[in-house]
Write a protein that binds this ligand. Structure first.
Ligand SMILES: NC(=O)c1ccc[n+]([C@@H]2O[C@H](COP(=O)([O-])OP(=O)(O)OC[C@H]3O[C@@H](n4cnc5c(N)ncnc54)[C@H](O)[C@@H]3O)[C@@H](O)[C@H]2O)c1
Ligand SMILES: [Zn+2]
Length: 363
């Protein structure tokens, strides 16, 4: 077991990473001095996989939890679904001391967190993430949101949880593609922050791919530690937190160009990281050959490294619409070396065009 403290003044909290921890969620929740009333939000997959065990442990610890199950998938990240949560919370008589618990991936975490931030102007929020992406990324840092018909994550808040409970064992049932997509974010942490971690990911690839609990616990805890340090420096996304956007400028454009069907988020990020690495090469920030290294690591974890069929102009147009665009020019997160990222706003359109060829053209 590992505990990672996120230091944010009065909003500080612990991330507990514990193999098998889900079975003791009741004892874990009991430490937060909450009321007995509790609303647990899961989706149609996580409710079936983990709902009973979680409810039993919470009941044994003296809570009276109710479970709300939302359809699996991004479409549940909506104001309409948040309204279902409010309705159930009101009917169950939840007060300001009652917690809302997210049991699921990033969709459930973002949705339940948004409801927790707004119901009664904020009630205690507990995160129990069950996808690799949610365990290493979305459950840490307090960004909560729902989507709007006109764009993703447009309605949201910064709202830190009281605590995060991560049980890496829940990842054993995760579909292969979702696991690989989460690995894209794991590799991202190595590329932007920690060269030693990159080496470890290369050396231990087989054990990690076979989801050895010991290895999962280690890499998940390490990613949480890296993200926690960044969030502590920049809680509201105005400085260093931007580095976490590595691979996401092109990545979002690729997701959009694929109609959000051809590529899941992590696959877009994998391709976007390759484009950003190539751009760093073209700007002579890193030695030629780094792209080949990054590509081989992504391939090792079963991620796509080409997106033939998409067009350069289309991707560039989509990038211009990215909400993270700085006034005037696009800010790119690039590599100063593997393990260290920097933000640059002096990137020419021509270089971007050329960099994109590394994923558009099959060599
Ligand atoms: N708040 C943040 O900082 C942040 C950061 C990154 C991404 N996000 C958001 O996260 C969302 C994506 O999250 P996601 O990738 O976890 O998607 P998701 O929540 O849709 O989960 C993916 C699929 O896996 C299923 N699933 C979950 N846990 C499982 C398990 N243990 N075993 C088997 N199946 C399981 C889910 O039911 C779903 O079908 C997006 O909406 C994105 O915007 C938020
Ligand atoms: Zn991401």
């Amino acid at each position: 077991m590992e505990t990672i403290r996120v230091n944010l003044d009065s909003r500080s909290y612990d991330i507990t990473v514990q193999t098998g921890g889900l079975r003791t969620i009741g004892e874990w929740a009991a430490r937060f001095s909450l009321g007995a009333g509790m609303l647990m939000v899961a989706d149609t997959n996580t409710a079936v996989l983990f709902g009973d065990a979680a409810l039993a442990s919470l009941a044994a610890a003296g809570f009276s939890p109710t479970l709300l199950t939302v359809p699996a998938g991004e479409t549940s990240k909506s104001l309409a679904m948040a309204d279902r949560i409010y309705e159930q919370a009101i009917q169950a008589g939840l007060d300001r001391n009652s917690a809302i618990v997210a049991l699921g991936g990033g969709v459930v975490g973002d949705l339940a967190g948004f409801a927790a931030a707004t119901y009664l102007r904020g009630v205690p929020f507990l995160q129990v993430p069950t996808t690799l992406l949610a365990q290493v990324d979305s459950s840490v840092g307090g960004k909560v949101a729902v989507d709007h018909a006109l764009g993703k994550n447009l309605i949201g808040a910064f709202y830190q949880p009281r605590g995060v409970l991560i049980d890496p064992q829940t990842l054993l049932s995760l579909p292969e593609r979702e696991f690989a997509a989460g690995m894209a974010e794991v590799i991202k942490y190595g590329l932007i922050l920690d060269a030693d971690f990159l080496t470890e990911l290369r050396t231990d690839a087989l054990a990690i791919m076979s989801r050895s609990p010991q290895h999962l616990e280690r890499i998940v805890a390490h990613c949480c530690r890296l993200k926690a340090r960044i969030v502590e420096r920049d809680e509201t996304d105005v400085g260093d937190r931007l580095l976490l956007n590595f691979g996401h400028t092109a990545g979002h454009a690729i997701e959009l160009a694929g109609g959000f069907e051809r590529f899941v988020h992590g696959e877009g990020v994998a391709l976007g990281m390759l484009a950003a690495t190539r751009l760093s090469e073209l700007m002579e920030m890193i030695p030629a050959g780094t792209v080949a290294e990054v590509r081989s690591l992504l391939e090792l974890y079963g991620m796509p490294v080409h997106c033939g069929g998409l067009r350069t102009g289309e991707l560039i147009r989509h990038m211009g619409k990215d909400k993270k665009r700085a006034a005037g020019s696009l800010r790119w997160v690039l590599l100063a070396q593997p393990g260290r990222a920097v933000v640059r706003s002096d990137v020419s359109l021509e270089s971007v065009r050329e960099a994109l060829q590394v994923i558009l053209r099959v060599e």
